[in-house]
Design a protein around this ligand. Structure first.
Ligand SMILES: [Zn+2]
Length: 286
């Protein structure tokens, strides 16, 4: 398969994989960090407010990494838009030749429309666009989640992607967290999306040391390589129900109409009474 074909397959995998894997019946747990208190005996600047730790799910049977797909409880009209910022470990030369794996206009539109969102970023993307990673990860409207460092497959076959060996999986995820830190991103959450959405029990077991909650989706936007923004918007609008989690992309080169689709999706869902939340808020309801 050519490099271009490989990219295509990988991105299609991101957006069209089956999302029917039920989440383990693990109870969502919320670990809240205590806010530091100023000591009365130690006058000085007030300590910064420490936000509550993002909720995670308890490990599944046998310590397997838990998998979250959507909010299954309640009828509150909330929806989480998620954007995969894909760049594969071997795509540096293409970026150097001018290919755009980022989508700053999309991020600007989300800000202008005041839409909270979660960006699943590869470590390689953060290395290529550190200023954007820092900006996204410093904006309370957004949170950065982990989409691996390499964007290689964690289960095989997976749309022709090269495969990460089991013993290297946890370190590939950690390398992405390191890249976010090196870029200066602050709002980083311990959620992980498998490249291509491909996983199996062996991958869930291998990732256990990373301590992440895997996040899939229940609504496929179909934005990868789409040319018709209205078709993408309609697919999302048809699929969203209370508690949905939508997968889209934040990369101009392979998802060129996403920003236009968002300009239609957001007002229409708001007209239906929906509120946009990050995955951490979606997951917080028990
Ligand atoms: Zn991806």
């Amino acid at each position: 398969m050519t490099a271009l074909g490989l990219l295509g397959a990988a991105l299609v995998g991101c957006g069209t994989g089956a999302a029917d894997t039920p989440a383990p019946k693990a109870k969502a747990t919320v670990a809240e960090s205590a806010s530091p208190r100023a000591s009365a005996a130690a006058p000085g600047p007030k300590p910064a407010r420490v936000p509550a730790a993002p909720p995670t799910m308890a490990p599944g049977p046998g310590g397997l990494t838990p998998v979250y797909t959507r909010r299954a409880k309640g009828t509150e009209k909330v929806v989480a838009l998620t954007f995969d910022a894909d760049m594969t470990a071997d795509q540096g030369p293409r970026a150097a030749r001018g290919e755009h794996f980022d989508n700053p206009e999309l991020i600007a539109t989300l800000r202008r429309l005041k839409v909270d969102a979660t960006v699943f970023m590869t470590g390689r993307w953060a290395e290529e666009y550190p200023d954007q990673a820092r900006s996204i990860g410093g904006d309370p409207r957004f949170e950065i989640a982990n989409h691996s460092y390499s964007h290689y497959a964690f289960a095989s076959p997976c749309y022709g992607l090269p495969t990460v060996a089991g013993p290297d999986m946890a370190s590939d995820v950690q390398r992405a967290f390191d890249a976010f830190r090196d870029a200066g991103a602050v709002n980083v959450v311990p959620y992980f999306r498998f490249p291509g959405g491909c996983y199996d029990d062996a991958a869930l077991r291998a990732l256990a040391p990373a301590g992440v909650t895997a996040v899939q989706w229940d609504v496929v936007s179909g934005d990868a390589f789409a040319k018709d923004a209205d078709a993408v918007a309609e697919q999302v609008l048809d699929g969203v129900k209370p508690g949905s989690l939508v997968v889209m992309h934040c990369t101009r080169s392979a998802a060129p109409v996403t920003e236009r689709a968002i300009r239609r999706i957001v007002p229409e869902l708001r007209a239906r009474g929906y509120r946009f939340v990050k995955v951490s808020e979606l997951m917080s309801a028990r």
